[in-house]
Design a protein around this ligand. Sequence first.
Ligand SMILES: [Zn+2]
Length: 107
Amino acid sequence: MARCKNCGRFSFTVKINPCGLCEECEKAIEDTISHCAQLMKNTLDNLERETNLKKKLEYCNILYQNALKLEKYEKKGIKTIKPYPSIFIKDCTKLQKELSNNLKFTV
Ligand SMILES: [Zn+2]
């Protein structure tokens, strides 16, 4: 008997895909992940180009929020993005600290 990694539903009739998700969750999660991944990619691009510290910090927050959304799935053992959301969160937290420190000195 298979069990969905996301909703925890299990039955003989519910089809579970190779990733361990039922059909409903697979569709919903795929959409969320691709949406977040795309948003994070764009935000990363903006972050790299941006020179204004305050704006950099804003981009960093966006990255952080989206990584948090994906980490929920990572914790359930569902494949999300590489590098893993939890690594993104660590990096973002570090960068947020650095940026806010720098911001203090420039204000
Ligand atoms: Zn499910």
